[in-house]
Ligand binder design. Sequence first.
Ligand code: ATP
Ligand code: MG
Length: 318
Amino acid sequence: MSGFVTVPEPEQVPGLTHVHTGKVRDLYRDGDGNLVMVAHDRISAYDWVLPTEIPDKGRILTQLSLWWFERLADLVPHHVISTELPDAAPAHWKGRTLVCRPLRMLPVECVARGYLAGSGLVEYRQSRTVCGIALPEGLEEGSELPAPIFTPATKAEVGEHDENVTYEDVARTVGAETAARLRHLTLAIYGRAKEIALDRGLVLADTKFEFGVEPGEAAGTADLAAEPAAVGEEPRIVLADEVLTPDSSRFWPADDWQPGRAQTAFDKQYVRDWLTSPASGWDRAADTPPPPLPDEVVERTRAKYIEAYERLTTLTWR
Ligand code: ATP
Ligand code: MG
């Protein structure tokens, strides 16, 4: 059974038109036509947005994404225009708001995996493949793959699961040329990020990117592959959304990595574990909303997000 999502009404800000509310972010259009992305402190687990927020989470993820965008800029253009608060925006938006280029998002969750975990592990155990890619025998939970792989998924509607698809499915959806470029970019960015993370003592097991194209550059999905914007010129693929945060990635402490068991996670695993423990009293199968998180769970989860930020950036969170 899929979860049910209720999120607060978006704040109304003069000069901004609200265009979308996601599980974590509210999106607005400003007077220049740019996209204003506000990351709130909401947290989701098991396809539910939980009734309790994690203080500062939206700011932490925004600052971490910005840090990564800068470190990847020579590999791929990104969507951020400015971190300046729009006029009339409430003060608490500071640090959690990005003014971005509005893109036509490609309908593919571009996942790279260097290690076996999550839905990859489930599929491997059934068929020794991940997204249709054959893998060697004998891999265990948490094993490093012989080489990182591109394992795309469809972007699910709110409250639904993302679903793994094959590379051929992606090629059918966005065209062969664009599919090839998405795979190339995803693996190139993952490769760079994996090294940076490992330098900081973190294993980047897997991660998800979302890409878009400038709306003017191609008329429709089919055109993306068949008809580039100008002769000899491909439509520019731009890295969007959030990148390489604990919400979009699995980070594991490298000194504790050991295949053959569940790894210590740097994300909301602590929340998931509490929700499914007897202490929460929540029956995940019963399609009832999860209960509020106790203060201790909130504090430990917040500390995990801060630790991920501080270890990756080597900056001090304030
Ligand atoms: P989840 O990330 O948990 O799946 P979600 O995707 O529903 O949830 P949020 O992350 O809360 O939503 O909202 C961000 C939304 O903005 C996503 O739908 C994403 O595809 C979209 N988005 C990100 N960057 C851009 C951009 N530059 N132009 C247009 N849309 C964008
Ligand atoms: Mg998202």
